[in-house]
Structure formats: structure tokens, C-alpha cells
Design a binder for this molecule. Structure first.
Ligand code: SF4
Ligand code: SF4
Length: 360
């Protein structure tokens, strides 16, 4: 009898995940503090402050983006938020479980009608979070893990973090939570990516998010950043591992990054409803802008307010042959051009993903 894992027809075709204009995603950073100091951490306390949001503030900010209470909003807030069918919240940090108000925030989000609730964690699971919420309140605990063993993971994420993270995953699975894993690929761990699917399956993980570091850059030698991957490293390895993971039953997602000539460029800042909310009240709609004071909105005195130009919103309107405007602005040396001065590849929106689903 043929094993499910041996049969490539047992996975669905690779597909690009379309932006969903009828769905809102709130990436809610409820603090910036963290017990780890990963080599690729993107948290920028200079831009986003050091505050730990209290329960009242978390609930107040959740209410702004929730569907149910939108009808009570001021008119100008309604102009900033589209009518959508559902809103998803992803609690982030720093390490969100270090915030003692996380459990209350999760319950409040559920009561406000959020369509899905995810907690991204480094696996340390502070404040007994698994005992304070239930699987019907949290859709996914998403664990960041950057290697299939401590030898690969720990130099990136910190000594002892592999054992603690995998132990956290086991505990979450045992308690009946759905668990996903996020692996950030860099030159330090891409060689280990192919070992991840089997590890994750053995741990009971069902979704696998492969992220990339520095892919928009050229090779490490050109940029001086030893974490970066070349385009060929990414394209030769990641899609193949994704197939391998889907064959053993994982739902796999990874960034699109490069557009084919016949593929349309779409900016999520224009076409989607993504909000990246930080503890100092800054609200971005593009994650590439987070290191700059280019946020389109901010929360002041509990109200969402649009910021005056120039901010990210005006930049999204620019149409350039390179594709993503922010990539062109912030990484100008990282795009390859042909002899006619045209970019060899357009860069997709960093929010555009590809996915493979196992067949049930
Ligand atoms: S766990 Fe996340 S927030 Fe903490 S240092 Fe690592 S990447 Fe940064
Ligand atoms: S990454 Fe580029 S394409 Fe995506 S939202 Fe930002 S500017 Fe738009």
C-alpha cells in the first residue's frame, strides 16, 4: 500500500494566498519587552517604546478594530476602517506572554467577535498562559523555532531556547491547543530547514510558516549581512521543503517574494486591511515601514487618528517597475537590474504568501 507521504498527488497544488479585502488583520504588539535577544529580532524600541499595555488599554484598542463596536465609532474612524466580514488578531511582542494582561486580552477579543485569535510566542509561555486560556478561546499558539535541534536553534534564539520551546509546544498540544510554528530562514539555519517538517509533525504542530530574512538583499558578501540568503538559496530550498512538509500533513505557508512576469503586483497597503499596532500607539499598514515614523495612523486618547502626509499611505500609490515601493526605498542596492536598467525581477509585497495544504 502506498504511504500518504509518498504520494505527491496527496497535496493540493501550490497557490498564492490572495489579499482578502473583506478581512482585517490586527497584528497587536502588546509590549516590546522580551526575555530573549534573537539575532534577527525586528523589535525597535526606539520607534515603538518600552511600554507594557495594561488590560484596559488592550481592550480599548481591540474595540477600535473589532467589528461589533464599529457602529459606535466616530465618523472619521469609520473612514479609516473598511467594512469587513471578519477581523483576526495576532498578539505579538516582544514576547506577548510576558504581559500579564494577555489572557484577559484574549478573552476580550473573543467576546468582541474577533474571527480568529493567534498568539505568537517564543515558547517560554510566561504567566501560566496555557492554564489561563482554553482552546476555544485561542485558535493558534504559534511558536517561533529556528532549528530542528539546539545546535542550530540556540545560537540564533538563545541558550536553552530549543528545549524550552519544544517543551512548550508539547504542553500546548497536550492541552488541546492548535499549534503552528514559525521558522525564520537565514544563512545560519537554511541547511536545517529540511529537518523541520518531521520534527514539527512529531510534536503535533499542524501549520508551518517559513519566513525569510534578508531575501530582498543580494548575497551576504554583497550586503555585508551574514544572515541574508541569496535568491537561489531561497528558491532551491524552500519550495522543496514546503512540498516535503505538506506531504506529511502540514499546512505550509511561505513568502512569495519574486513575481513572475505574468503576475500582477498588488500592494497590501492599498488592497488589504492589515494593521500593525505598537504599544506607543503607532499603527502601520506596511511592516517594512516599522523602523521609520511613517505610520499612517496613531491611537491618541483611545481614538484612531489618521496622520498627515507624508506617511506610508502616499508612498503606496507610487507605481514603479521594481514592484514594492518600500523595498525600493529602504533597500535600494538590493535589486538586480539588466543592461537596460530594468529590474530583473519585480519584488512582491512582503505580505503575499504561497501555501500548500495537505488533503484531508
Ligand atoms: S523572541 Fe521574538 S521578540 Fe523576542 S528577541 Fe526573539 S524575535 Fe525578538
Ligand atoms: S511591503 Fe511593499 S507592497 Fe507590501 S504593503 Fe509594504 S509597500 Fe506595499
Amino acid at each position: 500500500m502506498q504511504n500518504r507521504s509518498d504520494n505527491p498527488s496527496m497535496i493540493q497544488e501550490k497557490r498564492t494566498v490572495e489579499f482578502r479585502p473583506n478581512s482585517r488583520n490586527l497584528f497587536f504588539h502588546i509590549l516590546t519587552a522580551c526575555n530573549l535577544s534573537c539575532t534577527h529580532c525586528y523589535i525597535n524600541r526606539k520607534q515603538h517604546g518600552t511600554a507594557t499595555l495594561d488590560q484596559a488599554t488592550i481592550e480599548s484598542w481591540l474595540r477600535i478594530f473589532s467589528m461589533r463596536d464599529r457602529r459606535k465609532m466616530e465618523t472619521d474612524e469609520k473612514r479609516m476602517l473598511r467594512d469587513v466580514e471578519d477581523t483576526n488578531v495576532i498578539f505579538l511582542g516582544g514576547e506577548p506572554t510576558m504581559n500579564p494582561a494577555l489572557a484577559a486580552g484574549i478573552k476580550a477579543a473573543r467576546e468582541m467577535g474577533y474571527a480568529s485569535i493567534t498568539v505568537d510566542t517564543n515558547g517560554y509561555l510566561f504567566h501560566d498562559i496555557l492554564d489561563r486560556v482554553s482552546p476555544d478561546q485561542v485558535d493558534y499558539f504559534s511558536f517561533s523555532i529556528d532549528g530542528s535541534c539546539s545546535r542550530v536553534n540556540d545560537p540564533i534564539r538563545g541558550k536553552g531556547s530549543f528545549d524550552i520551546c519544544t517543551s512548550g509546544i508539547r504542553k500546548a498540544v497536550e492541552k488541546g491547543f492548535s499549534v503552528s510554528a514559525i521558522f525564520t530562514c537565514s544563512a545560519k539555519n537554511i541547511h536545517d530547514l529540511s529537518n523541520m517538517p518531521e520534527l514539527l509533525r512529531s510534536l503535533g504542530v499542524t501549520r508551518f510558516f517559513i519566513q525569510v530574512i534578508g531575501l530582498r538583499g543580494k548575497s551576504a558578501s554583497a550586503s555585508g549581512d551574514r544572515l541574508q540568503l541569496s535568491r537561489s538559496q531561497w528558491q532551491d530550498i524552500v519550495p522543496e521543503v514546503a512540498v516535503q512538509a505538506a506531504r506529511i500533513g502540514l499546512h505550509v505557508t511561505w513568502p512569495k517574494v519574486f513575481l513572475e512576469p505574468d503576475e500582477e503586483f498588488i500592494c497590501a497597503g492599498v488592497a488589504a486591511e492589515n494593521f500593525f499596532l505598537f504599544p506607543n500607539g503607532r499603527v502601520y499598514t506596511c511592516p517594512l515601514c516599522e523602523d521609520y515614523p511613517l505610520h499612517a495612523y496613531e491611537i491618541c486618547d483611545g481614538r484612531l487618528k489618521a496622520r498627515p502626509p507624508l506617511n506610508e499611505s502616499q508612498l503606496f500609490q507610487l507605481q514603479i517597475p521594481e514592484g514594492c515601493v518600500m523595498n525600493r526605498l529602504f533597500h535600494p542596492g538590493n535589486i538586480d537590474y539588466d543592461e537596460k536598467g530594468m529590474p530583473k525581477n519585480r519584488i512582491a509585497c512582503c505580505m503575499l504568501k504561497e501555501e500548500l495544504l495537505p488533503l484531508n
